[in-house]
Design a protein around this ligand. Structure first.
Ligand code: ASP
Length: 318
């Protein structure tokens, strides 16, 4: 079921299949350092925490970890604690983090740990590896002193029970269930870092992992060029290595806005593009911001020059 079915039908009846004009919003202009941006409304609280660190001259890496931890701890239905479970009732979490040196860490299919982003950071800092999954990631987290806890809230369990009545065994995407937080920041020293964390698609198949913990798909940082993150149907993002694609487009001279729009256009060529949502968010080394989505409805939070505010984003399908 697509979220913008009405708009889509309107386009069909008008003989128009896509609207893809490039946009140049005022907010896309360069801003002063530091700056932090993150996906969706929950980005406001997350940015506020990240800003405390950036404002004191702290590192973008510390800021993005602290920022997304706020969302992980909030009782929302899509990140960390309270996230909607997979189709078998298990809350499985994916997260990754990347710093200005190109170092990165990631965990996927992790259960029972409220702050997967901090486990991902420990994978980066304390192991020779980049990615750990499932039981191994859990064991690593426990060894590092993380506490195991039940992340399935009553609210999420109720929603799952409701879904079970019809139990359509396929991943669905709509405004209610794609709310990953992806955060990218530029600190006062001019260094970039990013973090991305999610409970993934609601009612996904057990064991399914999306783009969010995949370096280059859900998140990519190149300290010479810029940083990008993604939200929405992870399978579509993985197929184009979305965040890496955007950073490489910026390297070739595109602004973050142009790069996000080009990446969305690339995804629009996938066969199910009309039925899914994808949102990209990027910043350049200069602090310029860009964002674009496949379907209307995507927004992000931006904290810069002492102001934390929501920004609406243009979309490929109107
Ligand atoms: N990208 C996430 C995933 O595919 C979900 C989302 O952002 O809604 O797991």
């Amino acid at each position: 079921m697509i979220i913008r079915r009405r708009n889509f039908l309107k386009q069909i009846s008008a003989g128009v299949t896509a609207v893809s004009a490039f946009t140049s919003q005022a907010w896309a202009k360069p801003t002063a350092k530091p700056i932090v941006v993150s996906t969706w409304e929950h980005g406001i609280n997350a940015n506020a925490e990240a800003w405390k660190i950036l404002d004191k001259g702290g590192s973008a890496l510390d800021a993005v970890e602290a920022g997304v931890r706020v969302t992980e701890a909030e009782d929302n239905l899509s990140v960390g604690y309270g996230g909607l479970p997979d189709r078998d009732g298990n809350v499985t979490l994916d997260a990754c983090i990347m710093d200005e040196n190109g170092d990165c860490g990631s965990v996927a299919f992790l259960e029972g740990i409220k702050h997967p982003i901090s486990v991902a950071r420990m994978v980066m800092e304390k192991t020779p590896h980049v990615m750990m999954v499932g039981q191994g990631a859990l064991q690593f987290a426990l060894d590092q002193g993380f506490k195991q806890e039940n992340l399935l809230t009553e609210r999420a369990e109720k929603a799952w029970q409701e879904w079970l009545k019809e139990a359509e065994y396929k991943p669905i995407i709509n405004v209610e269930n794609h709310d990953t937080i992806g955060m990218v920041a530029l600190d006062a020293q001019g260094n970039l870092s990013g973090a991305c964390t999610t409970s993934g698609l609601a009612y996904k198949m057990h064991g399914r992992v999306g783009d969010s913990p995949i370096i280059g798909a859900g998140l990519f940082v190149d300290n010479e060029v810029g940083a990008a993150t993604a939200t929405g149907m992870g399978e579509a993002v993985i197929k184009v290595c979305g965040a890496h694609l955007i950073v490489e487009l910026m390297r070739q001279g595109n602004s973050p806005q142009q790069a996000c729009e080009k990446a969305v256009r690339r995804i629009s060529q996938q066969k199910n593009a009309k039925d899914i949502q994808i949102g990209f968010l990027a910043i350049s080394k200069q602090g310029e911001v860009g964002a674009y989505s496949l379907q209307p409805g995507f927004n992000f939070a931006q904290y810069a020059q002492g102001t934390n505010q929501m920004k609406d984003v243009g979309s490929f399908y109107s």
